[in-house]
Write a protein that binds this ligand. Structure first.
Ligand code: FES
Length: 121
C-alpha cells in the first residue's frame, strides 16, 4: 500500500441525490470546505470550494460539461483535475469520489494532527 492510500480517510456523505443535478453541495471536512458537484450526465466530483483566482465559492458557480464557472469573475475550473481552463492559471485540490449504490463517499487525505475527523454542512 502506498503512502497516499494509507493517509486517505473515506467520508460517507449521503445519497447522490442530495446534490442537485447540474448543481452542487458544500461540505466541511476537517475545517476544509469542499464542493460536491453533479454534472448533467450524472457524474459526481469533489474539489476545494475555493477558486484559485480570488477564493470565490465554486459551489455557487454554474456547472457545465465537467467544469464549473466561478461566480465571481467567471474563471472556468475543471472538475476532473481542478485546473483553471483557457489562459487562466491555477489549480485546486480534487478528491476521489466513490458511489456505491446511491451512497456517496469521498476520500480526504489526512495529516497526523487531523486524525480526529469531523463532518459538517
Ligand atoms: S475568484 Fe473565481 S474567478 Fe475570480
Amino acid at each position: 500500500m502506498s503512502m497516499s492510500e494509507q493517509s486517505v480517510q473515506w467520508y460517507e456523505l449521503g445519497p447522490v441525490s442530495s446534490i442537485p443535478l447540474r448543481g452542487s453541495r458544500r461540505v466541511v471536512i476537517n475545517d476544509q470546505t469542499i464542493g460536491l458537484f453533479r454534472t448533467a450526465t450524472d457524474k459526481v466530483f469533489a474539489i476545494d470550494d475555493q477558486c484559485p483566482h480570488k477564493k470565490g465559492p465554486l459551489s455557487e458557480g454554474i456547472v457545465h460539461d465537467n467544469c464549473v464557472t466561478c461566480p465571481l469573475h467567471n474563471w472556468v475550473i475543471s472538475l476532473e483535475d481542478g485546473k483553471a481552463q483557457g489562459a487562466d492559471e491555477g489549480c485546486v485540490n480534487t478528491y476521489p469520489v466513490k458511489i456505491e449504490g446511491e451512497q456517496l463517499r469521498i476520500g480526504v487525505a489526512l495529516c497526523n494532527k487531523q486524525e480526529l475527523a469531523t463532518v459538517g454542512d
